[in-house]
Design a protein around this ligand. Structure first.
Ligand code: GLU
Length: 446
């Protein structure tokens, strides 16, 4: 059987850091074992599912370098879920229930108060034909539950190793609603069977689902696929992901100027034994990928790592690539020399505007030491500027005055650029040009 994985987002929101990581790990694992990839759209929640979210998810995945051979959507497969439900009903593994949410919550409260675990009491299972008829006459429709067997479910998790789940602690899961909408627990298993999925990798928050779904696969006569559960992501101090990070969408990251290969470099290594390093493309990540490197410990997500990787990403970007991207933000007049001079100093691509302005636009100079600057004006070399000008200019200022080292460099930098950091001045000076340099040193906005 062909190796096949799937990523199954619900289009009820945009892709965020957490599910982007699940998608990426699925993809890297899939490609590292030469498998096929499927995108399954879990859109059975008609009210909350939006076409717009689906489109965003797809384009965000492509942005990260993730592509797939097959697509399917749950909303077109309702008949398959009903067929599976009938099969389960015939074999005595699906049963009808009528409790309302309020009744169920009262039952749970009573169980908790008498010290019992709040597990569904299977009242629906003991209903007889006449009870069902009575409910039908009252116009009540049933929802359906899957009858778990009260044993231990054991599986060899691709990430967590041997997992054991005591099913007595679980309520029989609801698998179909009154209105005929399937619940994810059933729909996902039916899909995974029909799509011949061989490996499922998803977040640790699905462990309980997996235990129930393993029984579902078996009840439908199929051996479950291999399962792997990724540890969840926490903030840099180990705290739960903050609201901002937890819901940070890829769209927002893009807007902040983050490069996709900075994000994928981080997400691919999160929770693994590998150090975080910048890896330029998805092929490099695939080559490095090994599910064995993932640990059960919570993975720490630190924005600082992401910013650092972003810097590296921009440093490694070729001029041709940069130009393609700069055109999109109307900065297509940037030449190769300028790119090579400033790219090492950019935290994100948009920042190039700032240095472009320093060289070709107008800035308000910061003169923090008039005396020093006056000497600098007097000693400014009267020759064509090149990359040696800065060095020889500073040297002569130091030898003819008491100003030297950092104090000298920073004061000049602030006067010439209005910043106390930035690209090498030896390269900037010839680009800024003599006229502008002298004007700025005199304190003019220029
Ligand atoms: N739509 C489900 C989710 O987003 C899919 C989970 C799974 O991979 O089975 O949580």
């Amino acid at each position: 059987m062909k190796t096949r994985l799937r990523f199954a987002p619900s289009p009820t929101g945009n892709l965020h850091v957490g599910n982007a990581r699940t998608a990426l790990v699925n993809y890297l694992f899939c490609r590292s074992i030469s498998g096929e990839m499927m995108l399954r759209i879990d859109d059975t929640d008609e009210e909350r599912s939006k076409k717009e979210f689906e489109e965003n998810i797809k384009s965000d995945l492509n942005w990260m370098g993730i592509f797939w051979e097959m697509t399917d959507r749950q909303s077109t497969r309702i008949k398959n879920y009903n067929d599976a439900l009938n099969k389960l009903f015939e074999s005595g593994r699906a049963y009808r229930c009528y409790e309302t949410q309020e009744e169920l919550s009262l039952k749970r409260k009573a169980q908790l108060m008498s010290g019992k675990p709040p597990v569904y009491d299977r009242q629906g299972l003991s209903l007889e034909q006449k009870d069902h008829e009575k409910f039908a006459n009252e116009g009540k429709l049933p929802h359906w539950r899957f009858k778990l067997t009260d044993d231990e479910v054991v599986w060899d998790d691709l990430i967590r190793g041997k997992c054991t789940y005591d099913m007595r602690s679980l309520s029989d899961p609801v698998i179909m609603r009154e209105d005929g909408r399937p619940i994810y627990t059933l729909a996902s298993v039916v899909d995974d069977i029909d799509h011949e999925i061989t490996h499922i990798i998803r977040g640790e928050d699905h462990v309980t689902n997996s235990a129930a779904q393993i029984q579902l696969f078996k009840a439908l006569g199929i051996q479950p696929p291999s399962l792997g559960h990724l540890s969840l992501i926490a903030g840099s101090e180990g705290e739960g992901l903050s609201k901002r990070l937890g819901s940070l969408s890829l769209g927002q990251l893009k807007q902040e100027g983050l490069e996709s290969n900075a994000l994928t470099s981080l997400l691919a290594k999160l929770g693994t034994s590998d150090p975080i390093s910048f890896i330029e493309n998805i092929e490099g990540l695939i080559k490095d990928f090994d599910l064995k490197k993932f640990s059960r410990n919570t993975a720490k997500f630190d924005m600082k790592d992401l910013y650092l990787l972003n810097k590296k990403s921009i440093q490694s970007m070729s001029y041709q690539e940069a130009l393609k991207r700069l055109k999109l933000i109307d900065l297509d007049n940037i030449n190769e020399e300028f790119w090579n001079t400033v790219s090492g100093n950019l935290n994100n691509l948009k920042e190039i505007k700032l240095w472009w302005n320093v060289v070709f636009g107008e800035i308000k100079p910061i003169i923090d030491n008039r005396n020093l600057i006056d000497i600098a004006i007097k000693l400014f070399p009267n020759e064509t500027l090149d990359q040696t000008t800065w060095g020889s200019w500073c040297k002569i200022i130091s030898s003819e005055s008491d100003f030297k080292g950092k104090e000298l460099f920073i004061s000049l930098r602030k006067a010439l650029t209005s910043y106390d950091y930035g690209p090498e001045l030896s390269k900037l000076l010839p680009m800024i040009g003599k006229e502008k340099i002298l004007s700025r040193l005199s304190g003019n906005v220029s």
